[in-house]
Design a protein around this ligand. Structure first.
Ligand code: HSE
Length: 434
């Protein structure tokens, strides 16, 4: 059979990695796909830059439109990233009847509904395994491997940069800004590291996971997002003293009232496997009603080419199949996507870690616990640290039971108004993931 001709847009870490995998494993890949997969053309912004891949035999161009308009190319791999030119190129490729493979999480999270609608109308495939958790085949696992389950919740460490920073803070007692600089130098962070540390990158990935887990539309704008820039090494140390680790989690949970979609720093009991996923690694915990909890672990960034190539193989295998009988883009049949309400943050239910700075005199803690009791908030654990030599206030750390955020807000407003409490109360959500 004739080789399938591919055009690659972007020859950076993901694009270059994809070309490398295709070359290295060409025979194995052809045995699986049934045909040779040949990269015939590739777009790079700067044609003279040195590359991580061998481009021999690939027609390089600095005009990406010449690839999406090339009649010879059957599949376009969009590995540029971002939502500007990438969106335009993907839509143009679909207009021109080409299948698309992409690693672009922001593009799918923000414009996926539009892209999939166009792909369906054209009878084309858009594959995006590489958009979530890099090399971990989590899209396929949830969309196909767990297709018999009602998915109850998904919780993932889906940003390697944040996981690296939090691990360094925990293991070595380092400060946030110092580790962030190192993560950037190591190439883990996005071009704009705000996307990583403020939880936006994780929210893009969570949007996609939630959609394929629950059969809901992609709705990034409804995700509650809180990053890790406010986490101090003191919080990491106090969490450890209570038997917890702090991780940035993306959580999607089905509740009787609606779906919770949230990204935030989270205390997780250290006995959980996912609490021990360290460094730049990713992991996704999926709870299905039939299977129970399943944990998927692997590297989130560097091996993304592995996922791009898996998608290319999938697309090649399905080239001649009837479009109506392919696996639906978002796991559920398009006519069965359900508009389940997404809960606002005030209605989300979690337990909390609270850190207060309290004046060192009798009765202060009693005032705090009385207010919590007035609001029927029970305390699971409490630690009080000694004040530093020259300080009049001491840190008090409380763990609450599970409650709605709006109930906590009311109690905290009263606690923060006490003259004996210094500044705002620091709060971090707690999940047992049991
Ligand atoms: N900046 C991302 C991360 C890369 O740190 O996880 C992979 O999407």
């Amino acid at each position: 059979m004739k080789p399938v001709k591919i055009g690659v847009l972007g020859l950076g870490t993901v694009g270059g990695g994809t070309v490398n995998v295709l070359r290295r494993n060409a025979d194995e890949i052809a045995r699986r796909a049934g045909r040779e997969i040949q990269v015939v053309r590739a777009f790079a912004r700067d044609l003279n830059r040195s590359r991580i891949c061998d481009t021999t035999g690939i027609g390089l161009t600095d005009d990406p439109y010449s690839i999406v308009n090339d009649p010879e190319i059957e599949i376009v791999a969009e590995l540029i990233g971002g939502t500007g030119i990438a969106r335009d190129l993907v839509l143009k490729a679909l207009d021109n009847g080409k299948h698309v493979v992409t690693a672009n999480k922001a593009l799918i999270a923000l414009h996926g509904n539009e892209i999939f609608a166009k792909a369906r109308a054209q009878g084309l495939m858009v594959a995006f395994e590489a958009a979530v958790a890099g090399g971990i085949p989590i899209i396929k696992a949830v969309r196909e491997g767990l297709a018999g389950n009602t998915i109850e919740w998904v919780a993932g460490i889906i940003n390697g940069t944040c996981n690296y920073i939090l691990t360094e803070m925990w293991e070595k007692g380092r400060d946030f800004p110092d580790v962030l600089q190192e993560a950037q130098a190591l190439g883990y962070a996005e071009a704009d590291p705000t996307f990583d540390v403020e939880g936006i990158d994780a929210a893009h990935k969570l949007t996609i996971l939630a959609s394929i887990a629950f059969g809901i539309p992609l709705q990034f704008d409804k995700v509650y997002i809180e990053g890790i820039s406010g986490i101090t090494r003191l919080d990491v140390a106090y969490a450890q003293a209570l038997g917890y680790r702090i991780k940035l989690l993306g959580i999607a949970r089905r509740t009787p009232a609606g779906v919770e979609l949230r990204v935030h720093p989270t205390l997780i009991p250290e006995r959980r496997l996912i609490a021990n996923v360290n460094g730049v690694m990713n992991a996704v915990l999926v709870k299905g009603d039939a299977v129970g909890p399943t944990l998927f672990y692997g590297a989130g960034a560097d091996p993304t080419g592995s996922s791009v190539v898996a998608d290319l193989v999938d697309v090649v295998r399905m080239l001649t199949s009837d479009p109506d009988n392919r696996v639906p883009h978002l796991a559920f049949q398009p006519g069965s996507i359900a508009d389940i309400p997404v809960l606002p943050a005030s209605e989300m239910q979690t337990a909390y870690y609270l850190r207060l700075s309290a004046e060192d005199k009798p009765g202060v803690l009693a005032d705090v616990t009385r207010i919590l009791a007035d609001h029927r908030i029970s305390i699971e654990a409490i630690i009080q640290k000694e004040a530093l030599a020259d300080e009049s206030h001491l840190p008090v750390i409380l763990l609450t039971h599970k409650l709605k955020e709006k109930e906590l807000n009311e109690a905290l407003a009263r606690i923060e108004a006490l003259s004996t409490i210094n500044g705002p109360v620091k709060r971090i959500r707690v999940e047992t993931l049991g």
